[in-house]
Design a protein. Structure first.
Length: 559
């Protein structure tokens, strides 16, 4: 009798769950249907069964298989130029979202209203960062942690790291020199190793020499990201995914927490440990935390150990910085080289600026930068090239959560209620909005050097690779400095040329018989976006497709 009762209870629970799911789905779709009848902008191909999920697949089929999903959203946006925002009903796989590419509305979202981050912003990267971090925190919790971590990423502290970054970039240059004339390399891999080496030093004060060897931390991160996707169900539903990601997450946690305890010990006993002045993010965060009184003992003395909740949360924050500071910066470096390879006039002007600021002796630039990091501020055209690269290839979207009583004004005057919806600002579409940007798809660094009134002058609030407002990316000073240093130390020495045609031929030769048959049946398929083979891929921080295969050549005297 007992087994029968147990089975009956299971059946009732299952039936209740199914009924709840069906009822929730009906209520959700009914609301969307009502909004659709009221003229809420959204793709016309909506259904009670699938919402807009099939629409996304229709647009992704127009793109290469590994193209980032934000590029599909960018293509879709062309149908909504009258509103510059539209609703995507992606339930149950993902919360229904208002896609926004209107700069004026972005100002309301991030600055005037400063809408909170939705739970999904944390859940989406939880396998990578481990839990709560600046990306997912809101309110007083976010303010507390942001204030603790701000000193480590301040513009002044970033200048302290310039000599080390220069040393790392010199190793990067050595590797490029060794590769010159020796076949195809993956520039993305070279850049990733460089940026991970830098972010490890900046956050943990750890010298890992990753450009010349292996290290347990980037290996663990790489494994986690290979088993991660924001939307690909083949990865998300793989039963091995949580096991692999949890194991590697624990590897990262143990390493970071050892470094945290090491920094804490040095802070407690500076004379015994010969501690250096604190410049790393983790050291300055500890100073701010303890100095602010949050972790003082009852007698006013420094604590003998750190609180576990603090250790867990700061570990998540460090994991976030290690991921974002490496991932987005490396992809931008690769795209910057790509843009300069396609625009010889810009490359020539960049080299001319470096001659003016650092002199004709190319080999002396590194020493000058280490002696006087403020020379970076004189490289205005270099910064313009970086900003223009970030305009065309922003590494991330911005996500917020709609609130009761908050309605977004569309371009045509419609007021769109946001309650119950996520709001996704697709930076690619904002940055290439033809209503506000002149020649939006062209690489024109000059637009960052002209004054107000010039047709190329950047429109207000329409440039947001780091977001704008109180939640602007904390790592912006580091990213800009690092990419500028890379360009300063490489532009006059190397020519980097994409080698996608060679790469594709090599991949074709490696195809097996069944893959050849499949391609013969369906055709080669699409492998470019807007005619460019170097597009933003699904790999983590929108890295260039196939790791940006290229050839490196030394600059000749004639150049």
């Amino acid at each position: 009798m007992a087994p029968n009762n147990f089975l009956a209870a299971i059946a009732i629970l299952a039936a209740t769950g199914v009924a709840y799911f069906v009822l929730s789905g009906y209520r959700h779709r009914a609301r969307i249907n009502e909004l659709r009848k009221q003229g809420f902008p959204m793709p016309a191909e909506w259904s009670w069964w699938f919402g807009h999920n099939l629409v996304i697949f229709r647009y992704t089929k127009r793109l290469p298989p590994l193209a980032n999903v934000v590029l599909a959203m960018q293509e879709m946006s062309q149908e909504f130029t009258e509103t510059e925002m539209f609703l995507m009903d992606m339930w149950p796989g993902y919360p229904s979202s208002i896609i926004v590419f209107n700069p004026e509305a972005c100002t309301l979202i991030s600055q005037k209203w400063n809408l909170p981050r939705p739970p999904q912003s944390g859940e989406a990267i939880k396998p990578i960062v481990g839990g709560q971090s600046l990306v997912s925190m809101n309110g007083s919790q976010w303010k507390t942690w942001r204030s603790l971590l701000n000193p480590g990423f301040s513009a002044s502290n970033m200048m302290n790291h310039v000599p080390f970054i220069v040393d790392c970039v010199q190793v990067f240059c050595d590797k490029l020199r060794e590769s010159s004339g020796n076949g195809i390399i993956s520039l993305d891999d070279f850049a990733t190793r460089l940026t991970f080496e830098v972010i490890m030093k900046v956050t943990l004060d750890a010298d890992v020499n990753y450009q010349r060897g292996k290290h347990i931390l980037p290996t663990a991160f790489d494994t986690i990201t290979k088993w991660h996707s924001f939307w690909d169900v083949r990865i998300l539903w793989n039963p091995l995914r949580p096991i692999v990601q949890t194991y590697n997450g624990n590897v990262i946690n143990r390493y970071v927490q050892r470094e945290l305890e090491k920094s804490f010990l040095e802070m407690k006993n500076p004379k015994q440990t010969n501690a250096k002045p604190a410049h790393s993010v983790i050291s300055l965060a500890l100073e701010a935390y303890i100095g602010g009184g949050q972790e003082m003992g009852k007698d006013g003395q420094k604590p003998q150990k750190l609180d576990k909740s603090f250790i867990d949360t700061v570990t998540n924050q460090i994991r976030l910085f290690l991921f974002a500071g490496n991932d987005t910066t490396s992809s931008t470096i690769a795209f910057a080289f790509h843009m300069l390879s396609q625009h010889v006039e810009a490359l020539a002007r960049l080299r001319q600026e470096h001659d003016i600021v650092f002199g004709d002796d190319v080999s002396g630039a590194a020493h000058l930068l280490k002696e006087n990091p403020t020379l970076l501020n004189q490289c205005t055209y270099t910064l313009a090239c970086v900003k223009e690269t970030l305009r065309l290839y922003p590494p991330a979207a911005n996500m917020r959560r709609g609130q009761p009583g908050i309605s977004l004004p569309a371009l045509n005057g419609q007021l769109l209620p946001t309650e119950g919806f996520n709001i996704v600002v697709v930076q690619q579409t904002v940055h290439q909005n033809p209503r506000v940007w002149v020649r939006p798809r062209e690489f024109l660094p000059e637009r960052w050097l002209v004054g107000p009134g010039h047709e190329l002058y950047p429109p207000q609030n329409a440039y947001r690779p780091f977001d704008i407002g109180s939640r602007t990316c904390i790592g912006q000073p580091l990213t800009l400095n690092e990419i500028k240093i890379v360009l300063i130390l490489t532009a006059r020495t190397f020519n980097v040329k994409p080698a996608y045609e060679e790469w594709d031929r090599l991949q074709e030769q490696k195809r097996g018989i069944w893959e050849r048959v499949a391609i013969w049946t369906r055709g080669e398929g699409i492998n470019t976006v807007h005619g460019d083979r170097a597009y933003q891929s699904e790999k983590a921080g929108t890295h260039p497709s196939d790791g940006y295969p290229c050839r490196v050549e030394l600059v000749t005297q004639e150049e």
